[in-house]
Design a protein around this ligand. Structure first.
Ligand SMILES: CC(C)=CCC/C(C)=C(\C)COP(=O)(O)OP(=O)(O)O
Length: 367
């Protein structure tokens, strides 16, 4: 019996197998290389100062700066309503999370839908900077776990608890990061389904376990070997951002397709590859913190005594292999006649391309 029998995936597999014959699903990715060689959806791109080997990434599917600016205008107005200080608004605009949504979520031009991604990413990054990573902005490792517990209460409402609710509500109203996360989830809920909301919430909560691990490592000064950091990074990756690919696009990938192990593997590869792009662009910033932030390049250097150039090369190689595996796995699943699945996987690929473009052009990562 198929491990997927009875699921929408199973029906899709049955049709696809009939369509594709012996070269369909179950065939190793190596056997289904593109008939005409290189897939034009991918390209090698130089990055940083151009000294390191190029990154193999999906092409950027859309660059529409006026659309990105429109989303950023709306994002800044929203951040002000959430209670962020006027001084925080210009840096927020410069960070360009609206532009990230424009670059990464290419199957809608609707600014309100793009705002689903822009608000969530801005709020995640605010929590990441202010609570988890940036000592200069008030992040303190031992304070992180309780702060994240409150974030979960902001994102996933706690049931009324009599006399205890008033104090909780006051705490949730009193911190712009919590207000922003709650508001971002509410915006997703207005435009998506309950399953899409909880998919994003639970990916976020899994991400927080990794944030807590980094906090413990930074607090004790016992940093992890590269393999252990990478394992934690799997759940602290742009997979979390990709959970809303369909909600932003205005459709829904059913849960049993979304969570099918083959699909999940691809999305995890896409998310981890994208976050390796982030690590590669963040080395100087992460090393400069008074309590250095975990980063794949830094962990490889510490772990193996490598130079920054060697560690960078290893990380580029890891990234490129993840993207090539995604490419091959995506090709295998292209035989499946589920329009939502095809749209989602293409969306994840587009996210990788847009995510690269955003990091490569963002002042946050210029040293
Ligand atoms: C957008 C999102 C899911 C944010 C959560 C955390 C995350 C994966 C990042 C912000 C990227 O990693 P990192 O914390 O290293 O990012 P910066 O280098 O600080 O931009």
């Amino acid at each position: 019996m198929s491990e997927h029998e009875g699921t929408p995936f199973d029906s899709a597999v049955a049709v696809a197998t009939a369509l594709a014959g012996p070269s369909g699903l179950g065939t190793s990715a190596a056997h289904v290389a593109p008939l005409f060689g290189h897939d034009p959806a991918y390209v090698e791109r130089p990055w940083g100062d151009g000294e390191a080997p190029p990154l193999y990434v999906p092409v950027v599917e859309r660059i529409n700066e006026p659309l990105g600016e429109e989303v950023d205008d709306r994002l800044v107005r929203w951040a002000s309503e959430c209670g962020f200080a006027d001084d925080d608004l210009e840096p927020l605009r410069k960070a360009g999370f609206g532009r990230l949504a424009m670059l990464a979520h290419t199957d809608t031009d609707d600014p309100e839908r793009l705002l689903i991604a822009a608000r969530l990413n801005a709020a995640w990054w605010a929590a990441d900077d202010l609570y988890a990573d940036d000592s200069g902005m008030g992040a303190v490792p031992v304070e992180l776990p309780p702060r994240l517990a409150l974030v979960m209460a902001a994102m996933d409402p706690v049931a009324p608890a009599g006399e205890f609710s008033a104090e909780l509500d006051e705490a949730l109203r009193g911190d712009p990061v919590l207000v922003a996360l709650k508001s971002a989830v509410d915006h997703l809920a207005r435009q998506g389904t309950p399953a899409q909301v909880q998919r994003a919430c639970y990916a976020t909560f899994a991400m927080f376990v990794s944030w807590n691990a980094y906090a413990a490592w930074r607090h004790t000064g016992k940093y992890p070997p590269a393999w252990e950091y990478l394992a934690a990074r799997q759940h602290d990756s742009f997979y979390t951002s990709m959970t809303v690919v369909d909600a932003v696009g205005g459709y829904e990938l059913p849960a049993n397709l979304y969570y099918d192990p083959r699909v999940r593997r691809l999305l995890m590869q896409a998310g981890t590859a994208s976050v390796m792009v982030n690590d590669l662009h963040s080395v100087a910033k992460d090393a400069a913190d008074e309590t250095p932030v975990c980063n794949m390049v830094l962990q490889i250097m510490a772990d193996r005594g490598s130079s920054v150039e060697e560690a960078t090369e290893i990380t580029v190689d890891l990234h490129n292999n993840l993207v090539r595996d995604f490419e091959a796995g995506h090709r295998e699943l292209q035989a499946l006649p589920s329009p939502e699945l095809q749209r989602f996987l293409r969306g994840a690929r587009a996210w990788m391309g847009g995510g690269f473009e955003w990091h490569a052009t963002n002042p946050r990562y210029q040293t």
